[in-house]
Design a protein around this ligand. Structure first.
Ligand SMILES: N[C@@H](CCC(=O)N[C@@H](CS)C(=O)NCC(=O)O)C(=O)O
Length: 205
């Protein structure tokens, strides 16, 4: 059975659990990181020298980095989540790289400021800057989704997973939410998926 190390409120863990749910695989998730700790212990650092979550253990095969894990899962457990066609695969990779390179860093100061920092200690200038930058990036997704049901075509692929997991967080934060009809329709489509509801649509903590 697949074993996933990582607390359920980590967006990077959510990406992995959502894919496991989409693939219908059995798994056990163990709470590690944040208030659960353990990720600075020798046994954990032997699994992931970065001391971060998630880590996947597939019958002794250990992998860290959430996007590598979801690519592995889609390849190993054969699904069209990660297309084999080079161009379709490139499209999926592009949005995964964009998410980790742009969307995630942009929203992080707003998330940490609003959710994990006491009100009195918040850097509101940094939160506003993050809100503005993320709104602009979400606008790029909105324009991309014009005429598309999913990020890389007609069905769900890995292109939707990281951006979709973070978009739940974006709608849940008290930040600027411009009217983005294509983004909203896509997000509403994701909310119909049982695996998204179970693993991503959790309290934002
Ligand atoms: N690039 C890594 C980032 C992993 C990462 O930074 N995870 C955060 C949680 S989202 C973490 O481990 N934080 C420390 C903790 O939870 O104690 C990935 O995508 O897996």
């Amino acid at each position: 059975m697949l074993k996933v190390y990582g607390r359920s409120n980590s967006v990077n863990v959510q990406k992995v659990m959502w894919v496991i749910g989409e693939l219908g695989l059995d798994s056990e998730r163990l709470d590690v990181g944040g208030p659960f700790g353990q990720n600075d212990q020798d046994w954990y650092l032997a699994l992931n020298p970065m001391g971060r979550v998630p880590v996947l253990d597939d019958d002794g095969y250990v992998l860290w980095e959430s996007h590598s894990i979801i690519r592995y899962l889609a390849r190993q457990y054969g699904s069209d989540l990660y297309p084999s066609d080079a161009k379709a695969c490139g499209d999926a990779d592009k949005w995964m790289d964009w998410q980790i390179g742009f969307q995630q860093p942009a929203i992080t100061p707003a998330f940490w400021g609003l959710i994990r920092t006491p009100e009195a200690d918040r850097d509101m200038a940094a939160i506003h800057a993050a809100s503005k930058e993320t709104a602009a990036l979400q606008g790029i997704v909105d324009r991309h989704l014009q005429g598309r049901d999913f990020m890389a075509g007609k069905h769900l692929t890995l292109a939707d997973i990281p951006v979709g997991a973070m978009t739940y967080r974006w709608y849940g934060l008290e930040v600027e939410h411009p009217n983005y009809p294509n983004l909203r329709a896509w997000y509403d489509r994701l909310t119909q998926r049982p695996a998204y509801r179970e693993h991503v649509m959790l309290p934002i903590t």
